[in-house]
Design a protein. Structure first.
Length: 92
């Protein structure tokens, strides 16, 4: 399953902040990570945060687009829409 996330690096803590919509009305999940955006540290922290929230190994989660942008598309293996809703609430 693919999921769009917006990552805020140097956010002071690692946290899932819930759902939001962009100007076009597309839903994305807001993530805040303490790691800086240098050397892929924020991406690694975002993957670890998603893995922890979904109780999946990090190897099941991959960033498929947007590695250098705040808005990223993430591929999550073997997860159902119900599991996403249970972990992050219902998408708007």
């Amino acid at each position: 399953m693919r999921l769009t996330v917006r990552v805020t690096p140097r956010g002071g803590r690692d946290a899932v902040e819930g759902w939001a919509k962009d100007a076009a009305g597309r839903a994305f999940l807001k993530l805040r990570v303490a790691a800086p955006p240098a050397d892929g540290a924020a991406n690694a922290a975002a993957v670890a945060l998603l893995a922890k929230a979904l109780k999946r190994p990090k190897s099941r989660i991959a960033i498929v687009s947007g590695e250098t942008a705040r808005l990223k598309t993430v591929e999550i293996g073997e997860v159902s829409p119900e599991e996403l809703t249970a972990a992050f609430g219902a998408a708007p």
